[in-house]
Design a protein around this ligand. Structure first.
Ligand code: CP3
Length: 418
């Protein structure tokens, strides 16, 4: 597959050198020094923005995602209106379900609905992993965004540098995507998801093998291998259990990692500078369950995307207690939600990676002086260390005043540590 982007055909090293060099957002992802803290927002293109609502009057959410011209326009409009340092491609977490053979739709007021939730081994076996090419409309939208933002922006002041706006591609994490597939939509308790996870038994049924060479400087590398799933490695440590569904969770994880790798590859080839992995609902897991059932496939996905030559941002909500374990994925940047003070969260990651966050999105409804004090608090607690990207702790919600979002961008740009 080939894409004609101005940013393609670079080796991984060239990508990091070139792009990290000229984009303060990518430099911060790599913990390189920057002239000021970069800023962008989760869900920066969405229903709070009148420009987006105008487009939505004529097109469904899925039409926007699947039409590269419109997806690119929505992406670009939001980034330019807010004057942020990165543009996240307009798409949705659930798009890979379609080529996998899982039908879903977005119902007004209800969010995503999967009509036949995946609950058995037979259903997991039937999931397709060979049609990732059908998602190439997202890559085509990224190409258009990359062409639009191909020229550097002028320096912001006498001490500033010219800046290349960062382009963010994204995908869901295996756990969060599996939760939508299994529950059939959003969930409060994740009962069916955890039931399938637990059916795979303990100790972990992932063949988390640490063969010679499987540990790298990036940290743990999980080799995901499954008994009875067509991949039966010699010397596998996986035990058999009585339930036929014991194989369902590991096979689902493997299939998701395969599809998400191909999908991320298309986005990187099209010009994405960074890939964000959304594990929005990881906070529903105990540290033990996350470690047993989700760490290995997520680590494998992170490792495969990094091998494409781009940094990875790994984001979840309500993750304060999971942060040290999420760090083991080797992601370059960890997204923090607002419940943990930024410096506490960063410390619990060992200060060995970059962090993104972490303003409460609902603070955007507060009076100016309250909002500004919260923005300043976050910037002060980052204390000028390399590797902070200002963002929210979760996505902008409908009804958020756009002017307040723009004010935050200005304050981040003007901030000086005193
Ligand atoms: O600028 C951007 O960030 C927008 C692009 C974007 C969308 N979805 C478009 C969208 C992104 C990054 C996503 C990711 C996504 N999708 C996540 C992870 C992010 C997070 O918030 O944790 C999740 C969990 C989904 C699944 C999803 N899509 C849900 C649960 C919903 C309904 C939620 C709601 O607010 O109604 C969606 C719909 C959706 N995806 C909207 C947008 C702009 C809003 C609905 C619309 O425009 O009709």
């Amino acid at each position: 597959m080939s894409y004609t982007s101005t940013r393609e055909n670079r080796t991984p090293a060239e990508r990091l050198g070139e792009i990290g060099g000229s984009s303060r957002f990518v430099r911060a992802c790599l913990r390189q020094p920057v002239d000021r803290t970069p800023v962008w927002f989760l869900r920066q293109a969405g229903r709070y923005m009148p420009e987006y609502m105008t487009v939505r009057q004529h097109h469904s959410l899925l039409d926007i995602c699947r039409t590269p011209d419109i997806a690119a326009e929505v992406t670009i409009t939001a980034a330019e209106r807010l004057d942020v340092d990165a543009a996240i491609i307009f798409a949705d977490l659930l798009l890979p379900f379609t080529p996998m053979g899982v039908d879903f739709e977005f119902l007004a007021g209800e969010g995503p609905v999967v009509h036949k939730p995946i609950r058995t081994l037979d259903q997991v076996v039937a999931l397709r992993t060979d049609r990732v090419d059908e998602l190439s409309y997202v890559a085509r939208a990224i190409e258009k965004v990359a062409v639009h933002f191909s020229s550097p922006r002028p320096p912001e002041g006498p001490n500033g540098n010219p800046d290349q706006l960062g382009i963010i591609g994204f995908c869901g994490a295996p756990f969060t995507l599996a939760s939508y597939m299994i529950e059939g939509g959003s969930s409060r308790n994740y009962i069916e998801t955890k039931r399938l996870m637990y059916a795979s038994g303990t100790p972990s049924r992932f063949g988390l093998t640490t063969e010679p060479g499987a540990l790298s400087s990036r940290g743990l590398i999980a080799k995901v291998e499954y008994k009875g799933c067509g991949i039966e490695p010699e010397g596998s440590t996986i035990s058999t259990t009585s339930s036929p569904d014991s194989k369902a969770w590991p096979l689902l994880m493997e299939k998701l990692v395969t599809v998400l790798t191909g999908y991320a590859q298309q986005q990187v080839e099209a010009g994405a500078d960074v890939i964000q992995i959304f594990d929005s609902w990881a906070g529903a897991l105990s540290v033990t369950d996350y470690t047993e059932f989700c760490l290995a496939p997520t680590t494998e996905l992170v490792r495969r995307i990094q091998a494409m030559g781009v940094p990875v941002i790994y984001f979840g909500v309500d993750t304060a207690s999971l942060l040290p374990t999420m760090r083991k994925t080797g992601a370059d940047v960890i997204g923090l939600d607002w419940r943990v003070p930024l410096d506490t969260g960063w410390r619990s990651l060992g200060c060995t990676c970059a962090v993104q966050g972490n303003l409460d999105p609902i603070t955007l409804f507060a009076p100016s002086e309250v909002l500004k004090s919260r923005v300043d608090e976050i910037l002060r607690s980052a204390a000028g260390r390399s590797g902070h990207i200002f963002n929210l702790g979760h996505g902008i919600v409908p009804g958020t005043p756009v002017e307040n979002v723009i004010d935050v961008v200005r304050w981040v740009k003007e901030f000086k540590l005193s």
